[in-house]
Design a protein around this ligand. Structure first.
Ligand SMILES: N[C@@H](CCC(=O)N[C@@H](CS)C(=O)NCC(=O)O)C(=O)O
Length: 217
């Protein structure tokens, strides 16, 4: 049995962050697909793993009592502490604070209000049309990406922060994947697109890329 087991969904951007972090650190892991389209995340079996009914969850199967970790950023910070090299956070406290801030623009400010359950709630019971829901999602996407573009102008190099891959890039790639799914105009984000294009060429990103084939297992 692998030492790490990821409860995953191919299109989940939060799970995609964790796949990227695992790949960046060269960690082997097993996968349990949770099909969000079929509502498996709300079933008692999965609620037993993550009572919040969200993916990802990571089981540390080779630790005593096989603890379950939830929340993508907490999972990635755990991996960073247990497997510090290669690092996803800069060595200096100021750099770490900045990279965490960039990651939270995505993980705290964009993603939660554009999540599946939120968009479904806008449709029912609130009764919004699909056009209104898409406009909502794009509005918050652009607001967050604009802040991140500004961050990359101030602090970026080849990556969102400096020239090395950090947690900020690990959050950016899945969010741009989501942005394209809802047809967001990305022309106003040249620094983010450049960072994405640089990081997406690195081999660890290829395995992590959303692949529907994983739901078949
Ligand atoms: N803050 C959480 C967010 C997790 C989350 O919202 N996951 C989404 C997929 S990206 C999910 O499981 N959604 C299921 C639903 O909305 O029913 C994290 O970073 O792990």
């Amino acid at each position: 049995m692998p030492g790490l087991i990821l409860y995953d969904y191919w299109r989940s951007s939060a799970a995609y962050r964790v796949r990227l972090a695992l790949g960046f650190k060269g960690l082997e892991y097993g996968c349990v697909p949770i099909d969000l389209r079929k509502g498996i995340q709300g079933e008692p079996g999965y609620r037993g793993v993550n009572p919040q009914g969200l993916v990802p969850a990571l089981v540390v199967a080779d630790a005593p009592e096989s603890p379950v970790l939830t929340q993508s950023l907490a999972i990635i910070e755990y991996l960073e502490e247990v497997h510090p090299a290669p690092a996803l956070l800069p060595a200096d406290p100021l750099g770490r604070a900045r990279v965490r801030a960039a990651a939270q623009v995505i993980a705290s400010d964009i993603h939660p209000i554009n999540n599946l359950r939120v968009l479904r709630y806008l449709k029912s019971p609130l009764g919004h049309t699909q056009d209104e829901i898409d406009a909502w999602a794009r509005h918050w996407m652009i607001a967050g990406l604009s802040a991140l573009e500004d961050f990359a102008h101030r602090h970026g190099g080849r990556c969102v922060y400096g020239d090395s891959v950090t947690l900020a890039d690990i959050c950016l790639l899945p969010q741009l994947y989501n942005a394209r799914r809802i047809h967001t105009d990305l022309a106003g984000f040249p620094r983010l697109l450049a960072a994405e294009s640089h990081v997406a060429k690195l081999p660890f990103t290829i395995v992590a890329y959303p692949d529907e084939g994983m739901t078949a297992t």
